[in-house]
Write a protein of this length. Structure first.
Ligand SMILES: [Zn+2]
Length: 269
């Protein structure tokens, strides 16, 4: 969490604390929740670019209580596995870019918030479909080579029908298509509002983020600048075009259509 209480009264911003002043705050920072009020610790900016934060053992029911990265990873993988194991079709569910990160433990449905399953009528049959968010999908693609070639039907958020194998392309094997698709891989470089999966002459997929979505994207990823995302995994859904230099790119106007994972979190399990 970014904001907490200093000496029980003033607000303090985790981003404004300097490492050299850490000792000045020891024992003085508490949770702003009127009931919880537990003591909090400060964690500096991490090596993978995550912003400084306050953390501690919040009381059950405290609105600031969040899941750990490991708990989120586990829940998200369970969500995708539940769809794979119980449904005939997977659907993309767009959700706010920080999907799940700030859910408190006692929010109904927050635990094991597996994909919403529902019946819908295909042409002449009933299909049991389960939905997944983009970040859980990215986690599954990273962790399971078998899943990347799965023929399971996949419906994208705009209704495009494809399969996991065809519809989710890794950046290294990107094949141009006019259809909406999902592209995922690692971010090699960034420049201003661009993230690139390769160097310029490699002509690998890139994402151009519209200025007014960048702040949402950074906040959801928990980093301070686009450059902090170098080395992270990304997954984007959209229709790709070509830059004047001949590289594939998508122009991103909707922060909900991209997801990020730091390399460390992705390989945690
Ligand atoms: Zn608390």
């Amino acid at each position: 969490m970014r904001w907490a209480r200093l000496d029980g009264s003033a607000d303090i911003d985790a981003w404004e604390i300097h490492e050299s002043d850490r000792h000045l705050y020891r024992g003085r920072i508490t949770c702003p929740d009127a009931v919880c009020r537990v003591g909090l610790h400060w964690r500096k900016r991490s090596k993978d670019g995550k912003v400084p934060t306050f953390y501690g053992n919040h009381l059950d029911g405290c609105g600031y209580k969040t899941e750990s990265d490991e708990q989120i990873a586990e829940r998200e993988l369970e969500e995708v596995d539940a769809v794979i194991n119980t449904c005939e079709e997977m659907q993309i569910r767009l959700e706010p870019p920080n999907g799940g990160r700030t859910k408190t433990k006692d929010t109904p449905g927050a635990i094991g918030g597996t994909g919403i399953t529902h019946q819908h009528r295909g042409n002449d049959r009933n299909v049991r479909a389960g939905s997944t968010g983009l970040r859980p999908l990215l986690r599954k693609l990273i962790s399971s080579p078998e899943f990347r070639v799965d023929r399971m039907p996949l419906t994208l958020s705009d209704g495009t029908r494809t399969t996991i194998a065809e519809g989710c392309q890794h950046v290294d094997g990107y094949q141009p298509t006019d259809a909406t698709c999902i592209v995922w891989g690692k971010i090699k470089t960034t420049k201003a509002d661009w993230i690139n999966s390769g160097y310029r002459d490699e002509k690998l997929p890139a994402v151009r983020m519209w200025k007014d979505v960048i702040s949402n994207i950074l906040e959801a990823a928990g980093v301070q600048s686009v450059g902090d995302l170098v080395g992270w995994y990304f997954l984007v859904e959209g229709q790709f075009g070509e830059t004047s230099a001949g590289g594939p790119y998508v122009s991103l106007r909707d922060a909900n259509r991209i997801a990020f994972l730091p390399d460390s979190a992705a390989s945690a399990r």
